[in-house]
Each structure stands twice: as C-alpha cells, then as structure tokens.
Write a protein that binds this ligand. Structure first.
Ligand SMILES: NC(=O)c1ccc[n+]([C@@H]2O[C@H](COP(=O)([O-])OP(=O)(O)OC[C@H]3O[C@@H](n4cnc5c(N)ncnc54)[C@H](O)[C@@H]3O)[C@@H](O)[C@H]2O)c1
Length: 493
C-alpha cells in the first residue's frame, strides 16, 4: 500500500466560505481538522458546508472514501496548529491580520510543518514577513467550492523552500486536487488575473445600464462557460480558428483587441446606487433561494460536469479519474467473516430509495460491484496495478432480490470465490441487513482479467496471479451456496 502522504491532522485558521470548504475536503479524505475562527457560528457553518460536501461527494464518485476525519473547533491559533501536520490559513484578505495570525501559528508549530495561505492575490513574501520560518509558507489558492473544484494555485515567496512547494503539492494531490505551480511570484496569480478582467467588464455593463446581472450571467453560462470547463481560453480559440488554428484566429480577431470596446484598465466607482442596483437584481435572479440551496444546486451541476469530463478524460475529469484510482489503492482491504470470506459494508442512502419506498434495484448491483472491488483490492489491485494497464471487467451478473432495503439500513455483503484461474474470477455475494440478519439479495458474477488498453483478456500478472489462485483454494472448502448457478426460469406449474 502507498506510503501515507496525508497528515493525520490539519490545523485551519479561518473557517468562512473557504476555510469551511477546506475543512470538508480534508475531513472527507480522512484527515482530522482543528479549526480556529473567532466567529461563534463557525462550527455550525462548517457542519452545514460539510453536509453539502458529503452530498456532493456521494454523487461524484463511487470509489471508497476513507473513514471521515473528526472536526474540532478550537479557541485560538495555537491549539489549531498543535499536533497538526499541515496548517492552512483562510482568514479575511487583510495583510496585517494574516501576517499576525501566521506569525502566531508559526511561533508554536515545529519548523517542518508546511503552512499554506488561501489568499486570492497577496504575495507570499509579504504574508511571511513576520514568520520565523518563512521557508515553510506557500500560497495554496483554492476555488470555491473547495471540496469539489480541483484547482489549487501554488505560489512561492522569495524565501519559500522547494521542499515546501513539493510537500504542499503532494498533500493537495492526495486529497484529489490539481496543484498548479505559478512560476513567478505575482499579485493575483493566474486565474484571478483573468477572472478580475471579466469581473471589471461585468461591473461596467451593469454600471452603464447595458444589461442586468442575470443577463450578464446568461451570457457566460449559456455559451462560453460551457466551453471553458473543457478547453480553457487558448484551446477554445485554437478550435475557433478552424483548420488554420490559433494563428488564423489571432490574424482575424487580433486587430479587434485595439478597438475601444474594453474598459479593462478602469473600474466603475462602487457608489451606493450601483451597489443597490446589483444587490436588487441579484435578489431577483435567485428568486428566494437560500445560500445552502444555491450551493446544493451549484454542486449537483458541478458533479455532473466533472463526471462528463471524466468520461472524456479531459481537464478536471482526468484529475478525478486519478483521484479515484488513488482512493482505490489506499482503501483498506476490509475485514472478513469467520469463514474467511471478504466483508463489504454499505448504508442505504436516502437518494437510493425509489417511488416504492425502498432501494432501487440498480443499487443492489452497485453494492455488489463495490463488494467485488473490495475483493480485487484484497487481491492487490491498487492504483499502480491499474496504471500498469491491467484491471478486471465484470462480464456477467445474476442477481436474486430477496428482501427490501430501506433508507438508513446498514448492509453487510460477504463474498465467496466459487472458482478462479489466472484470467477468471467467479464470485458469489450474499447481502444481509446488519440489524436483523435478513438476507436481502444474492449475486453471482464472472469477472475477467484484462489488458485495459487493448481491451483483451490476459492472464493476471505478478502477485495478483498467485493471490487469485490462493483465495480460490482457501474458499474451495466452503459449502457451495444454495443459489449458486441459478438461471432465470419460470417454475413449472
Ligand atoms: N471566497 C472565495 O471565493 C475565495 C476563493 C479563493 C480564496 N479566497 C481567500 O480565502 C480567504 C478567506 O476568504 P473567505 O471567502 O473564506 O472569507 P470569509 O469572510 O467567508 O471567511 C473569513 C473567516 O475568517 C474569520 N476570521 C476573522 N479573523 C480571524 C482570525 N484572526 N483568525 C482566524 N479566523 C479569522 C472570520 O470570522 C471568517 O469566518 C481570503 O484570503 C480570500 O482571499 C476566497
């Protein structure tokens, strides 16, 4: 199993929009969190954000997440960093406040603990001015919602060590993020430079009464916004240049950049009148939806976009696939019953329940699929094995539905290997309810070992090959399950 990259505990300074998002991302990746925020409501807010994050991650991936970490709200920067292997500062964007907070935490944390700041644009050299160990501070600028969007911009200051940047990148990668190193220390880093240009234009368009806030948002989300998730700016314009690519695009539209469209260098004065207009139009736009409701809708849409990108191996979707492989590799092999059969546990989630009031039939297959994955992990299928181009594909399933599973039911699946050789694995699963032991379903599955690049069945390699045969031999002494080998048939009258 891979060496543990993640710290056991993260110390968070500031638990607002961003700090609570960090808390959720680390907790859901099995890291304990110690959070300091002077706001007495910080604990409640963090719990609400965590609930939304759980909801989002359950939809985002079926890969096994580690057991959730525990959240502790503490009353100062010192207890937040005590024993923490990583410190993340997400306090308000005020230089002196951040400098003071970082200095207080720096004074008590062992020198090898890496600090990151979530600042949207302040230079790390400035933020580290009062730290005794400025070499340990790097900007780690995330994007809201932190628990879903993978990008984190890493920007080093004049005294930041290379080891700090490398360590921060490893940790963020291990919680499913895509660290992007900003090679030059600049204000605003990369994404916010571009976003600010757009934001200025948007404010001018409202200021000049050209468009409402809803119209301006539609101008992004109905068009360019859809493209950006897959292509960013340059790839978009390359394709827009047709067969002659980006040179043609620049030749055609380059001169337009000199036309006096933009007010980019200037910002409208944020008068009370302009603020009122924006606030009123924004209220109309959301039509009474509250913050958490808006966040939930945003998250559901982001999950769908991320999954679509994953299916195409593009942008944030490629990162999601890597993250899932690492989760598979890191997941514990799980326990086994007295007969040596691997055990998989799951809980019926509310969204699994259909109009009949119990879990939809497809969820049984999902749980059996997860149980089969658990057996494969036990056999040694980790991220390295998958990246080596090998995997198992399920080619046949036979499922017997014997009882109903209600929301909240804890399920226990035991799996017996009926037969195996170097290319094939025949499994028999039995699903029971934890409370009363009622058998809810059984399934028999045939899995084939494949070269996933070529899509061909090939023999398992290395230790996997031996373990397959060993597990089958261990299980060969178990009685054959009564329902093994069943086919769908109409009983004779
Ligand atoms: N909101 C965003 O979209 C976004 C995105 C990326 C980065 N950031 C950056 O993240 C940081 C936090 O921004 P936010 O949007 O979460 O702001 P926020 O106002 O939602 O949260 C800031 C939190 O810091 C707390 N705080 C105040 N003084 C503190 C102190 N001395 N010690 C610890 N906590 C303290 C506040 O009570 C508040 O809960 C800023 O540096 C911001 O630039 C924000």
């Amino acid at each position: 199993m891979a060496e543990r990259v993640l710290p056991r505990t993260a110390g968070l300074l500031g638990g607002g929009v961003i700090g609570a998002g960090w808390a959720a991302r680390f907790l859901l990746n099995g890291v304990d969190v110690q959070l300091f925020d002077p706001d007495p409501d910080a604990g409640r807010k963090a719990q609400e954000v965590l609930e939304n994050a759980r909801h989002a991650l359950r939809r985002l991936t079926m890969a096994p997440l580690p057991a959730e970490g525990s959240l502790r709200i503490v009353d100062g920067p010192e207890p937040a960093v005590a024993g923490a292997g990583l410190v993340i500062e997400s306090a308000p964007e005020r230089v002196e406040l951040k400098q003071e907070l970082l200095a207080a935490a720096d004074a008590v944390a062992p020198p090898d603990v890496v600090f990151t700041s979530s600042t949207s644009g302040l230079r790390p050299t400035l933020l580290a001015a009062r730290m005794r160990h400025p070499e340990r501070l790097v900007v780690g600028h995330p994007f809201n919602p932190v628990y879903l969007l993978p990008l984190v911009e890493l920007c080093a200051g004049e005294r930041t060590s290379d080891a700090t940047v490398a360590r921060a990148a490893d940790v963020f990668e291990a919680v499913g993020m895509s660290p992007l190193v900003v090679r030059t220390e600049i204000d605003g880093f990369l994404a916010d430079r571009m976003l600010e240009a757009l934001w200025r234009e948007a404010l001018w368009l409202v200021n000049d009464d050209v468009a409402t806030v809803a119209e301006i948002d539609d101008a992004i989300r109905l068009g360019p916004g859809l493209r950006w998730a897959a292509m960013g700016t340059f790839e978009t314009y390359r394709i827009a240049g047709g067969e002659d690519g980006i040179r043609h695009f620049l030749a055609q539209f380059g001169p337009a950049l000199k036309w006096p469209w933009t007010k980019l260098t200037d910002t409208p004065e944020l008068t009370d009148e302009l603020l009122d207009r924006i606030a009123q139009q924004s209220d109309e736009q959301v039509d009474g939806m509250g913050l958490r409701e808006l966040e939930r809708r945003r998250d559901d849409c982001l999950v769908a976009v991320l999954q679509a990108l994953r299916a195409n191996g593009v942008g944030a979707g490629a990162q999601l696939a890597r993250y899932e492989r690492s989760l598979m590799g890191a997941a514990a092999a799980g326990d086994e019953d007295a007969a040596g059969r691997p055990v998989h546990r799951a809980t019926v989630l509310p969204e699994w329940v259909d109009y009949n009031g119990h879990a939809h039939e497809s969820r049984y297959l999902q749980v059996f699929g997860d149980a089969a994955d658990g057996v494969l992990r036990r056999l040694g299928m980790d991220a390295a094995y998958l990246e080596g181009g090998h995997s198992f594909y399920t080619v046949e399933s036979h499922l017997c539905h014997l009882g109903e599973a209600a929301a909240g039911d804890d399920l226990v699946v035991t799996t017996q290997v009926l037969a195996a050789d170097e290319k094939r694995l025949q499994l028999f699963h039995e699903m029971t309810r934890a409370g009363d032991g009622a058998v809810l379903a059984t399934a028999e599955q045939m899995l084939l070992h494949v070269d996933s690049g070529a899509g061909h069945v090939v023999p398992a390699v290395g230790e996997m090959r031996d373990r397959l045969v060993e597990l089958a031999a261990d299980h060969s002494v178990l009685p054959r399950p009564e329902r093994a080998g069943r086919a769908v048939a109409m009983p004779s009258a």
